[in-house]
Design a protein. Structure first.
Length: 290
């Protein structure tokens, strides 16, 4: 059990983590800080946190576990704000969707204390944001990707594994580069496509009329387009190189299918559709062996 969680960012991800940690009996006290005082006050009133901290630095004062639940672009500034109270026995984790940029920021700021930082990416979330949507079951049964580096302390790494497993998660480990390449393909590109599709339709003269006719398939396909704009702006920019590489793969596949349609090549078109259909039918979420 941890004595105190220093929670920086009391929104959906951070709030859900605090609630889950409390329910599992893994922490005695949660001290929270958010840039928005109203968010922190709401978290306090909901029982997500026990103490409202006036700054990120004071949120980690006395903490033996710290969670950074902030946009990836805010990682460096957040670490700078807390670095003077980081200790060698503390466990610091994040929940960012990109890892190479987050680790680079941690190297620059934490320096000799980089070993206490264990980069994490929970494969979960909601389209809605805010502490009011915090859910202690958000992480239950979900995959958590850890991307420790050569300087990550083995003790902190093992603590991180035990924390997430204690919340009912399936823990996997990957290198930061492998993580960013994989999630550019299966997370960041799908979001980019969903954003572009919605905007492509609404930019047309009759776009709103078209949307009024859309059914369940369109709803399911575009669900992620309702995601939080600033967070996804940061993610897409942070992982731009891997994302653009995946976008090129996608565009080549799309263009090949367009040629099949334009030339009336029914056999080839059916073949690629069948291939995609079979792949999707056989796919099961969370079956990675890495």
């Amino acid at each position: 059990m941890f004595e105190q969680l220093g929670l920086i960012g009391c929104g959906l991800m951070g709030g859900s983590f605090a609630l889950a940690l409390k329910r599992a009996g893994l922490v005695k006290r949660v001290v929270g800080y958010s840039k928005s005082p109203s968010t922190t006050q709401r978290a306090l009133s909901m029982g997500v946190i026990d103490v409202e901290a006036p700054s990120a630095l004071l949120a980690v004062s006395g903490a033996d576990i710290v969670l950074l639940a902030v946009p990836v672009a805010a990682t460096e500034a957040t670490l700078k704000a807390i670095k003077h109270l980081v200790t060698k026995d503390m466990l610091i984790m994040d929940v960012g969707s990109t890892k190479r940029d987050v680790i680079d920021a941690a190297r620059r700021v934490l320096r000799d204390h980089i070993g206490v930082f264990v980069p994490c990416h929970p494969i979960t979330g909601k389209e809605v944001s805010g502490v009011e949507h915090a859910d202690p079951d958000l992480y239950t049964g979900k995959q958590i990707i850890l991307t420790p580096i050569d300087k990550t302390n083995a003790v902190q790494s093992e603590k991180a594994v035990r924390v997430w497993e204690g919340l009912g998660c399936k823990v996997l480990k990957m290198t930061p580069d492998a993580h960013d390449a994989a999630f550019a393909a299966v997370s960041h590109l799908p979001h980019l496509i969903a954003f572009a599709l919605i905007n492509g339709i609404t930019s047309q003269d009759h776009g709103k009329d078209y949307l009024s006719l859309a059914g369940p398939g369109f709803r399911d396909f575009t669900r992620i387009a309702a995601s939080e704009p600033k967070m996804w702006r940061d993610i897409l920019l942070a992982n731009r190189h891997e994302l653009l590489a995946q976008s090129q793969f996608f565009q080549r596949t799309l263009q090949a299918m367009e040629v099949m349609i334009e030339t009336g090549n029914a056999e080839a078109l059916e073949g690629v559709i069948a291939q995609a259909s079979q792949t999707r039918t056989n796919w099961r979420m969370g079956t990675s062996k890495k």
